[in-house]
Design a protein around this ligand. Sequence first.
Ligand code: NA7
Length: 546
Amino acid sequence: MKAQQTLTHRETAPDLDFDAIVIGAGISGLYQLYRLRDDLGMKVRCFEMGTGVGGTWYWNRYPGARFDSESYSYAYSFSQELLNEWDWSEHFAAQPETEKYLNYVADKFELRRNIQFNSKVTACHYQEKTRSWKVWLGDGSEHACRFLVTCIGPLSTPTFPKIEGRESFQGEAYHTGLWPKHEVTFAGKDVAVIGTGATGVQAITEIAKTANTLTIFQRRPNWCKPLHNKHISKEEMEELRAWYPEMFRLCRESFSCFLHTADPRNTFDLLPETREAFWEKQYQTPGFSMWVGGFKDMMTNRAANDEVSKFVARKIRERVKDPKVAELLIPKDHGFGTRRVPQESGYYEVFNQPNVDLVSILDNPIQRITPTGIELADRSFKFDMIVYATGFDAITGAFDRIDIRGIGGERLKEKWRRALETFLGMLVENFPNMFMIIGPHSALGNIPRSIEYAVDWVTELIKYLCDHDYTYVEPTREAVDDWTNFVIETGKGLLSNEVDSWMTGINQNVESKQKRIIARYSGSAPVFREKANTVAAGGYKKLVLD
Ligand code: NA7
């Protein structure tokens, strides 16, 4: 046991600036700040890099950005008053509405007074003598606290492609995850988009509406499914409000906290026409129905997965007029649902427009970016604008860009490079008094549901520490081993863990991310909660408390 002696908070660290520091004012940070301040009465400071609240929904203000989960199932559930007051205007709200919602939350709970904006955390070092954390900001200022909670998001570190000459381009250039606040127009412009993940699919559909020409540089296509978004009327909103308790129960009980659950039948137990009718219905159902609500063997049985993939491929061929273009848009390297399924609203029809060109760069990569455009080995293009929808250094990226050091000055980045290990995705051995909301090996799924659970669990643990005059917490080696092995075991046999994607830790633009790993917990959310609840109910025996 590393903690040698029992010391009270006051004795060990009389000069602390804060009881707790929360990094990030996105969905996790806002709720974590609220709970520590209002429920535990703590002195808390939240440091936020941006100039406003919202995290993902602050930075990703690109055209077409919107929820893929039902708005009401994505929102906070912790305050009945908030549920009573807020009306959603669409089943899948667009970014401006979500940003407005998170601002409303910040105002309603008077969270802004404890948030310091424009404050990028650059380093956090654990102080052994005082059992506290020192936190440095980009401006050089230093802040000390007992507890550190990272609310920095699994998809918050945008990555650009490593292409020669990128900086030399003289037109407009934007990354979707760093989209500017000023208006960006496409009318009359020749626009390039690089990247066809969930973000690219949304942005392309919107940009194609007004651009003079739109050229899409696609490395690997993804399987997309229609979103079927709709307006919510006043009456419908009242019905949804009455449904909230039941709806949140459904989310709690479902595998990934979505409103959709897998069909209990196996693909080949059904006649071909029966499964065809099922998929047809799912294709017409809003949201992630077809992905998380597929037949139960879809994600584990390759032959079953092939069948649903063939169905979606047929849909693509029906919707895209030019058969050659349709073939380019059909994934060949992975089956339906084994990477994040982008939800689209007219994406495939974009490729029937005369102003849109699809360029496959899978076997013909971009050679360089020039001051005026993009060059392939055999073609060059001129553009007014390049949009990078090239994704994120996911899951560990936001941690890597902060110099986080634990006991003995051990660097988190190096520790995780040797082996990605956590306890419940919330605690790290040798990094006492540090808590992560949606750290590696956490449950993701419908993320605000997972966030609310994690924040509540961390808050209860901090309360327990304070109630018992503990000033020190870290997970035991055994607990970390058990959780890490469980996460790895749970991921076995899943087709999604056998393909390259941000979910398997791959990002070709990040040097250290060329090898697949198990980066997230891919088991069921109820099982995750059961395990975490058992730890709490048992008096946190899997943790070193002192
Ligand atoms: P993704 O899903 O990681 O997609 C990034 C896209 O960018 C993908 O199509 C990549 O192709 C492409 N990409 C990345 N680097 C390059 C280079 N160097 N050259 C060409 N193409 C490149 O990120 P998103 O932002 O769309 O979505 C991330 C998550 O945010 C999403 O899953 C939602 O949960 C929200 P590749 O597939 O690697 O061949």
